[in-house]
Structure formats: structure tokens, C-alpha cells
Design a protein around this ligand. Structure first.
Ligand SMILES: [Zn+2]
Ligand SMILES: [Zn+2]
Length: 257
């Protein structure tokens, strides 16, 4: 499998996953134009995409969908409540593939297993993606790690995980109290500390390979996010952990596994 982030942060999220001839985008938070530019940089023709998965209706996850699908009628995989919310903005002939959260979506040699996450949107999702013996997890926009989240991300070989804010920076930020509550609440986002704790749990006794993403530009830095993970992993005997950070704009490196 090949994984590349096209964008990751409070403004836009989009991740490309490829295995054999299966090419998927997870979220399209960039504009249609910017998505096309990044795909072109990657050498991926838009029409060759097998599908676009949308995790939830927040703009930073679906901003480019209307413009993109008007031009390129690639199937869009979405759950029913999210589809209903997005329907009015999308082209009438869009190929919607509506699935339920209990369903596994199978492609040629690759399976996408969606799972519910706690977040302030209608039916937000995380994903585990399995191809051959390899499993990757995508978890952003998650208020806290539920047992289901931990179960679905068990044994991941690579995890793209939200590390949204540093608790101190959020506390000291100029955001109004209500926003601070929303971000740090159980339907908000994972803090560096919460994300680090989950990483330590999921990679207990083995080498961690993680991409920290969805970092807030106002209440976090890549250094603080990485430091939290390193500190949480200090009791893990394996010392060759791979901790990366997904850039807010522009492609990440290519992660092969
Ligand atoms: Zn988001
Ligand atoms: Zn969101």
C-alpha cells in the first residue's frame, strides 16, 4: 500500500491510498482545483480514482467535492446521514455509493472498514484499510478514543492520527471559552496528549509508525505534537519508532508498506 497526505489540518484534509490498481481518496477538504494539482504532482489521473470517501460533512473534509465531481464523475462513498446533508450541494448525476457503518467496502484486493467516531457532526467516521497483510488506520476529528476506535485500529501498521492541539496552548489561546470547550470536549478533537496515549496503547511492545495530522495552526506545533508522542512511547522497549507529521499544505512523503 502507498499512502500520501495531500493536506492535513484545520483548513483541509485529504489522503491518498493506493494498492495495486485501487486508488482512493479519503476526504477532499482542498478545493477541486487544489486537489487536481496535488493529484497531478503525484502522477494520478483524476478519472483513475476508484472512489472518494467522505468521513463527515465539515468543510475541511469535503470542500472540493462539488467542483471535482462535476468534472470527474468518480464514485463518492459516504454514509446516509452525511449524504443527505451534502446532497443539495452536489451534482445531480453524482455516483453516490451509500454505505452503512457496519459495512465493509471491498475493492480489488483492498478492504475499507469504516467505524463511528465521537465528533460534532452527523455521523463521523474513521477507517481501517486492509490490503494483504498490511493495515492502515485513519483517525481524525475524534473527541476521544472509544473502545470501538481502539478495537478497529488494533494491529495497524501505519496510523494517520489527529494530534489537534496542545492543551496549554489551547488554554492560553484567544479563543472564546465556548470554542475551547467545543474543541476539547468529547465531540471535539484529540489533543497531543490524548493522541499520544492512544498511539502508545496501539503500538504497545512494537515499533510505532505514525503520521500526526490535523494539527491546529493556532494551538499546536509539529514539535509539541511529536514530543508528546515520544514521551508517551518512552516505556516502549522498541526504540526505532517512526513519527512523522503531515504538512498542512502540500504533499507529504510517500509512505510505502
Ligand atoms: Zn476536520
Ligand atoms: Zn470535523
Amino acid at each position: 500500500m502507498k499512502v500520501v497526505t495531500l493536506a492535513s489540518g484545520s483548513k483541509a484534509n485529504s489522503t491518498y491510498v493506493e494498492s495495486g490498481d485501487v486508488r482512493l481518496l479519503f476526504d477532499m477538504g482542498l478545493s477541486g482545483k487544489a486537489t487536481l494539482e496535488r493529484l497531478s504532482e503525484l502522477g494520478v489521473l483524476p478519472m483513475s480514482l476508484s472512489g472518494i470517501f467522505i468521513s463527515h460533512e465539515h468543510k475541511d473534509h469535503c470542500r472540493g467535492l462539488r467542483v471535482f465531481t462535476k468534472k470527474y464523475n468518480v464514485p463518492v462513498y459516504v454514509n446516509m446521514p452525511t449524504a443527505e446533508l451534502l446532497a443539495s450541494e452536489l451534482p445531480p448525476d453524482i455516483k453516490l455509493r451509500v454505505f452503512s457503518v457496519q459495512e465493509e467496502i471491498k475493492f480489488n484486493g483492498l478492504r475499507v472498514i469504516p467505524f463511528s467516531v465521537p465528533h460534532n457532526s452527523i455521523e463521523p467516521l474513521g477507517y481501517s484499510i486492509i490490503a494483504g497483510k498490511k493495515k492502515i488506520g485513519i483517525l481524525t476529528d475524534c473527541g476521544f478514543a472509544t473502545n470501538l476506535v481502539k478495537e478497529r485500529l488494533k494491529d495497524v501498521d501505519l496510523l494517520l492520527i489527529e494530534s489537534n492541539y496542545d492543551e496549554e496552548m489551547l488554554k492560553n489561546s484567544s479563543y472564546p471559552w465556548s470554542i475551547k470547550q467545543r474543541i476539547s470536549g468529547r465531540l471535539g478533537h484529540l489533543s497531543n496528549k490524548a493522541s499520544a496515549k492512544l498511539i502508545a496503547e496501539l503500538f504497545k511492545g512494537r515499533k510505532a509508525k505514525v503520521i500526526l495530522g490535523h494539527l491546529s495552526e493556532n494551538t499546536n506545533t509539529p514539535e509539541l505534537a511529536a514530543a508528546a508522542v515520544e514521551s508517551a512511547l518512552r516505556n516502549n522497549v522498541n526504540e526505532s519508532h517512526e513519527i512523522y507529521h503531515a504538512p498542512r499544505e502540500g504533499l507529504s512523503g510517500i509512505f510505502n508498506l
